[in-house]
Design a protein around this ligand. Structure first.
Ligand SMILES: *[C@@H]1O[C@H](CO)[C@@H](O)[C@H](O)[C@H]1NC(C)=O
Ligand SMILES: *[C@@H]1O[C@H](CO)[C@@H](O)[C@H](O)[C@H]1NC(C)=O
Ligand SMILES: *[C@@H]1O[C@H](CO)[C@@H](O)[C@H](O)[C@H]1NC(C)=O
Ligand SMILES: *[C@@H]1O[C@H](CO)[C@@H](O)[C@H](O)[C@H]1NC(C)=O
Ligand SMILES: *[C@@H]1O[C@H](CO)[C@@H](O)[C@H](O)[C@H]1NC(C)=O
Ligand SMILES: *[C@@H]1O[C@H](CO)[C@@H](O)[C@H](O)[C@H]1NC(C)=O
Length: 402
């Protein structure tokens, strides 16, 4: 009898212990409280509908007040980091195996971008924004090479007295469409005099946005937003984001928009289709599943040059509450546009080649006349060659006809 009772008590004790352990396990794993949707292969599902399902709510303000006011900016960034932190904490509770034991590419943000809204510390003064139609935001860098690239752009495609611009001023279609070109730059940081040189350059040319952000590849997205936020202060119709190693015939871009009857919403560029997302630890364009849970990128316009209509800017600013910004800004914009159901436009006269500088000498006159924007790797020498060829073809003794 006594033994039987003891046995029963032991069973009861064991069952109670098991229950306690099970509950503790639930709590530790947070399975009880959070649910992260996964694909059949175990990857975090991250499409916009499912984001809403896990209550990553968009704290969308219909018009996000992005003024150059440090207290307002701090408030916005705190709210933003609260929203994103919550997601991050959830992620850490669900660690799974990965290539690198210290990096969980499925459930962590990798590479980690400490996103915040930044206003430029230096910006052009006395901007005449009346009837401003388009702001061209040229991403550039802080060191010597980039100063050379900016100088080349000021003397070639960004120069208002070049032949193409002069002709445009007599062209009814585009002569009233005012544009402004600014370079978007961060800080080199201590140890060099680059920042002083860039400040001096900004004072001399009055065409630079300098943000208090360290120049590195991860901060690209912060620079991108800084430029768009600054441009959105003006009553413009479009922004065009470009890199500093491209050649853009701005009047032809304007003409394109006129001929297309000023499309809105508009997201246009040279389109990449069917690119796999790189998930390899350490890759330049690697983006973890946590940021973006699909295998392929949607079609997107690479960062060398793309155009956004201004009605999209505010939505893009609010989108950071829905999907944490990752460093490849062009793909991020592409994903946002896909989620907004904005149709992507491919501008057929834009052209990207990985080594455009090597191609340029081989390109025929008529090919060049048919193109509006050419990129990557158009270095200062290649820019000058292109510039001279366009000057000759457009304003030479015998203008070229194709
Ligand atoms: C910044 O915003 C705060 C809060 O709205 C306001 O009290 C302050 O006057 C603003 N500062 C400037 C310089 O505009
Ligand atoms: C988010 O997670 C990453 C990787 O686990 C970590 O490096 C980062 O510090 C976290 N960020 C925040 C704001 O908690
Ligand atoms: C923003 O405010 C800071 C501090 O008041 C100022 O130095 C900077 O020039 C301002 N930037 C712009 C773009 O107005
Ligand atoms: C624009 O081109 C003209 C003529 O070549 C040149 O004198 C001027 O310095 C250029 N502007 C800039 C900002 O470099
Ligand atoms: C720039 O940022 C650094 C680091 O966040 C900060 O210490 C510094 O005060 C900022 N400088 C300006 C001019 O805002
Ligand atoms: C992978 O993890 C090791 C530590 O085990 C770390 O030193 C290394 O930097 C990580 N690799 C990358 C690409 O982050």
């Amino acid at each position: 009898m006594y033994f039987l009772r003891l046995k029963r008590q032991l069973y009861g004790f064991a069952i109670t212990l098991m229950c306690i352990f099970f509950l503790m396990w639930l709590v530790v794993n947070q399975r009880f409280f959070t649910w992260i949707p996964r694909n059949s292969d175990g990857h975090v599902v991250d499409s916009i509908q499912q984001i809403h399902a896990v209550q990553r709510r968009c704290v969308c303000e219909s018009s996000l007040v992005l003024e150059n006011n440090s207290s307002i900016l701090r408030e916005i960034n705190t709210k933003l980091s609260n929203v994103l932190d919550r997601v991050n904490t959830t992620a850490k509770a669900n660690k799974v195996k990965s290539d690198n034991k210290t990096i969980d590419i499925v459930n962590d943000y990798y590479p980690f971008v400490d996103f915040k809204f930044v206003f430029p510390q230096i910006s052009p003064t006395n901007v005449d924004s009346r009837d401003l139609f388009m702001v061209v935001l040229v991403n550039s860098g802080a060191t010597t090479d980039y100063r050379k690239r900016r100088e080349a752009i000021r003397q070639t495609w960004g120069n208002r007295s070049n032949c193409e611009q002069r002709k445009a001023s007599g062209n009814e279609k585009v002569k009233d469409l005012k544009w402004l070109l600014v370079f978007v730059v961060g800080k080199a940081g201590p140890g060099t005099n680059d920042d002083e040189l860039n400040m001096a350059e900004a004072r001399q040319h009055n065409d630079m946005l300098i943000g208090n952000i360290t120049e590195n590849y991860l901060n690209n997205i912060i620079k991108f937003y800084m430029g768009q936020v600054w441009a959105s202060k003006f009553d413009i119709k479009y922004t065009m984001k470009t890199d500093d190693d491209v050649y853009v015939r701005i009047p032809r871009v304007l003409e394109y928009l006129v001929n297309a009857k000023f499309p809105r919403p508009f997201y246009g560029g040279w389109t990449y289709a069917g690119t796999l997302v790189n998930r390899k630890i350490g890759g330049k364009w690697t983006v973890s599943w946590k940021y973006y849970g699909e295998k392929d990128w949607p079609r997107f316009n690479p960062g060398a040059f793309f155009i956004l209509s201004s009605d999209l800017l505010n939505r893009l600013f609010n989108y950071v509450y829905i999907r944490k910004p990752f460093h490849t800004d062009d793909a991020y914009v592409g994903v946002a546009m896909r989620d907004f159901r904005v149709r992507i436009t491919t501008i057929s006269t834009f052209r990207i080649d990985p080594d455009m500088n090597k191609q340029i000498p081989k390109l025929k006159d008529c090919y060049l006349l048919g193109k509006t924007a050419l990129g990557h790797n158009v270095d200062p020498i290649a820019s000058k060659i292109l510039f001279d060829r366009y000057e000759t073809m457009l304003c030479g003794n015998i203008p070229k006809k194709c």
